[in-house]
Design a protein around this ligand. Structure first.
Ligand code: PHB
Length: 407
């Protein structure tokens, strides 16, 4: 197997070669760049439903970064084209076609929900639209469905859940119950957690899937069956919920008196933006995520202060993902002077982009997913504490990605 350094060098060479080949086939500078038409960026994000706050954060993070670039990328003024994704996959193909074929966006960004992402990818794989996934973690986006024109600036499900299995074991828990919204993200997140937890000798004693987007958790919590003798019941619970549903879950868990009996763990979405809800209900929850509020780097401090000033609320991981998306696009579009028609060169520029992100160092893997640190966090005294790095330079396995095989 090639070493990481060899693979990277090879990748850089091949990427440059591919870009050079592509650029000879494409017009050097399309009309867009010379006339400096507006740069249309599509946002397919939820602005209603349980994930509404997540869509707003991503969009606000993007606009904050755009402001640092005087609302221009590659010399072109940005025009945002927004469509409410609603977290409803049955509406996604029509909404994506509207953005791509009717609104004619140059670059498509979004979505939050993995089921929406699958439908969106089905369309952009036909239209070859340059697409940046700004949240949805479905493995396939940078696995078997990876494509040269598709990048992800957020995370894969594996990245946010696999490291938590080891954390739970280290904390001395051997018997765990799983609770999750029963769709792509929840299913893949549980699979990744199990991989590390069971490998380390842990046992899953109960799996409780809950239909998305149900926020009525009490009937499902009763299935944790705390009346069983202690030796037979779970000694911790690992979950996936996010947005408004996560806040409701945390409150329901505490109200059922479970917080003291079975510590709660999850991918960090569980407590992003919701930790001030319900008094002490979130107290003690430990999570793993590719961001932590308290990360001690200059970019993070500057970002958090600017976000708070602009929007009068604290930034969260979703805002970071939006912010980084625009900063990465700024780097790449500068290289092609705003010419989105020069897609081969633009892709190569994104592949080679490096970012000092509020989350720490960021670069794309060969499958176009971030290579990034995953952090351990805990809610203590109503605040998120940074407990350390759970996994350094976590890189998704990218199973099934043919772009990697070809390199
Ligand atoms: C997803 O569906 O991939 C998803 C949704 C919300 C999150 C994280 C992942 O916070």
């Amino acid at each position: 197997m090639a070493s990481r350094k060899e693979a990277l060098t090879r990748r850089t060479l091949l990427t440059s070669a591919a870009a050079a080949a592509a650029s000879t086939l494409l017009p050097r500078r399309s009309a867009h760049a010379t006339s400096k038409a507006k740069l249309k960026i599509g946002l397919l994000l939820p602005f209603s439903g349980t994930y509404a706050a997540l869509g707003a954060s991503i969009s606000d993070g993007m606009k904050l970064a755009a402001r640092d670039h005087q609302d221009r990328l590659g010399g072109r003024e940005i025009e945002w084209v927004v469509n409410d994704a609603e977290s409803d996959p049955t509406k996604t193909k029509a909404k994506t076609r509207q953005l791509v074929s009717v609104d004619k966006v140059d670059i498509l960004t979004g979505p939050v929900h993995s089921g929406v992402c699958a439908e969106m990818l089905a369309v952009v794989r036909e239209t070859h639209t340059l697409t940046i996934v700004t949240n949805a973690g479905m493995q396939e986006a940078t696995g078997s469905l990876c494509a040269p024109h598709v990048f992800r600036t957020s995370f894969s499900n594996w990245q946010t859940s696999y490291p938590c299995g080891r954390v739970v074991l280290r904390d001395g828990h051997r018997r765990v119950a799983l609770m999750y919204w029963d769709y792509i993200f929840g299913i893949e997140s549980m699979r990744a957690f199990k991989e590390s937890f069971q490998d380390g000798g842990g046992t899953i004693v109960n799996e409780i899937p809950i239909p998305f987007p149900s926020e009525d958790f009490a009937p499902f919590l009763s299935r944790l069956d705390v009346s069983r003798p202690e030796a037979n019941r779970p000694d911790a619970v690992f979950v996936f919920f996010a947005g408004r549903g996560a806040a409701k879950f945390i409150e329901a868990y505490a109200a059922a008196g479970l917080r003291e009996k079975m510590p709660l763990y999850g991918s960090g979405f569980l407590t992003e933006g919701v930790r001030h809800v319900g008094g002490s209900a979130a107290e003690g929850i430990k999570t793993t995520l590719h961001y932590a509020d308290a990360l001690d780097n200059h970019v993070n401090q500057k970002f958090r202060a600017a976000f708070k000033k602009a929007y009068s609320r604290e930034a969260d991981v979703y805002a970071v993902q939006g912010y980084d998306t625009v900063n990465l696009l700024a780097q790449a579009l500068d290289k092609v002077q705003g010419d989105t028609g020069a897609q081969g060169e633009l892709i190569a520029a994104l592949e080679n982009a490096r970012l000092h992100s509020p989350r720490g160092p960021f670069r794309f893997s060969a499958a176009h997913n971030p290579i990034q640190n995953v952090y351990l966090r805990q809610i203590v005294g109503g605040r998120e504490l940074f407990l350390g790095v759970a996994q350094q330079d976590a890189e998704d396995p990218a199973t099934g990605c043919k772009m990697i095989a070809a390199r």
